[in-house]
Design a protein around this ligand. Structure first.
Ligand code: ATP
Length: 396
């Protein structure tokens, strides 16, 4: 009988800490895994209280692994061969799963959860190793092996596994509620998206566009960033807000030095309206302390003043270098540094106020009926779904 890797064994992450919420978390993870892999309709799934299994048929295990590596709530996973809990089958499966043509070092690491299995772990290790040593040029190295063969013997089955593949960690997306993330074309806000999702928060994105001052290219760049981060959630809804009129009104009614602060306050009002409409519990941004004048604590105070929704700033205390490293890791950096203009950068004031005062903001805002313009922005927002696979090859 020929054996091949026909299973993926998934280990849960921080889930195990969650006491009575555990079942909800496992269910959410199970749903997220199935959703992430819906391009592979022939896969079969099974959830247990401490593990999840995927049964492969002819699917490409590398493609499946690449998708799984982005699902939050998974601490690690392994390709596995499932056999009967029978020593001969275990030995044969271990042996046949290896490509023995080039000499390598190896180690067998067996574990029994079924203590009634008639062979102890050491016995299993020795028997498997003996077969490999007798039939190849491979050598044992228990400290630093090229290949680690893991055998797990349960009551109903035994699994032979490759090394662990690191999972994305965190909590399953959705168990932490929903947030609206303000997505610009910069480096930081896609990282903020990733960090929110990693905490189990389902995200929708809001992008403020100011055509004709911002171009179609700029918007496409933001869509591409949303697509890149959507791999961690399955899909993402992007709300594109027509922001031009409101932005021009700010410049007509306020001192230039207050324009950025007022713009942010308007963004927050719109985000609050959209969050309520979409039943989200928070707003998130890519701001971090002191990167630019508008990101001082005083500025955040003035911005927060217009909403009572929590504003979460996941990168608030990170260095720029740390944020860049993370954006490279999640694959958004190269897109973020493309040179298209954002609505914040087209009207950049020469001397933006670094310590804005709320009373001054209110004085400027009292000069025109911004409420109606905010409502117009909310009403005329365009909603666009993005998926991890590009449209032309979209399998969803
Ligand atoms: N046009 C926009 N649409 C949506 N959100 C925006 C927009 N411009 C700014 N923001 C939000 O405000 C935050 C701070 O914006 P700022 O202009 O200071 O930084 P940035 O360089 O544009 O972007 P980033 O912070 O993502 O690198 C962004 O992280 C983002 O959350």
């Amino acid at each position: 009988m020929a054996y091949r890797y026909n299973h993926i064994l998934i280990r849960y992450g921080e889930l195990s800490l969650k006491g009575k919420n555990r079942n909800n978390f496992i269910k959410a993870l199970y749903d997220n895994v199935r959703k992430a892999l819906k391009a592979f309709p022939t896969l079969e799934f099974e959830k247990q209280h401490d593990r999840m299994y995927i049964y492969l048929h002819d699917e490409d295990s590398k493609q499946v692994s690449d998708i799984l590596a982005k699902v939050f709530g998974i601490s690690s996973f392994s390709l596995a061969i499932k056999v009967e809990p029978d020593l001969d089958q275990i030995i044969d499966a271990c042996y046949e799963s290896l490509d023995l043509t080039t000499p390598k070092t190896f180690k067998v690491a067996a574990r029994r959860s079924d203590k009634l299995f008639p062979y102890i772990s050491d016995d299993i290790n020795r028997r498997v190793a003996t077969k490999i040593l007798k039939n190849s040029d491979w050598k044992v190295d228990v400290h630093n092996p090229d290949v680690k063969i893991v055998v797990e013997v349960h009551q109903d089955a035994a699994y032979i596994m490759t090394d662990r593949i690191q999972g994305a960690g965190g909590y399953p997306v959705g168990v932490g509620g929903k947030a609206m993330v303000l997505l610009s074309g910069g480096i930081d806000s896609p990282v903020a998206c990733y960090l929110m999702m990693k905490r189990g928060v389902h995200i929708e994105c809001i992008h403020y566009a100011s055509p004709p001052y911002t171009s179609q290219n700029a918007q496409e760049k933001v869509m591409e960033l949303a697509r890149l981060v959507s791999g961690y959630q399955g899909d993402v809804l992007v709300h594109v807000v027509p922001f031009t009129d409101l932005q021009l009104a700010i410049y007509q009614n306020a001192d230039e030095s207050y324009a950025i602060t007022l713009m942010r306050r308007m963004m927050m009002r719109i985000a609050t309206g959209l969050a309520k409409k979409r039943h989200a519990q928070a707003i998130a941004t890519g701001e971090s302390i002191g990167q630019v004048a508008s990101q001082t604590l005083e500025s955040m105070l003035a911005i927060n003043d217009v909403t009572n929704m929590p504003i979460i700033r996941p990168v608030v205390c990170m260095d720029k270098v740390e944020i860049i490293d993370l954006s490279k890791k999640i694959g958004t950096y190269e897109t973020s540094i493309l040179p298209y203009e954002d609505c914040c950068t087209i009207f950049t004031p020469k001397n933006p106020v670094t310590k804005p005062r709320v009373d001054k903001c209110e004085k400027y805002e009292a000069k025109w009926d911004f409420d109606k313009m905010v409502q117009d922005c909310i009403d005329n927002t365009e909603d666009i779904w993005v998926h991890p696979v590009k449209v032309e090859e979209d399998l969803f």
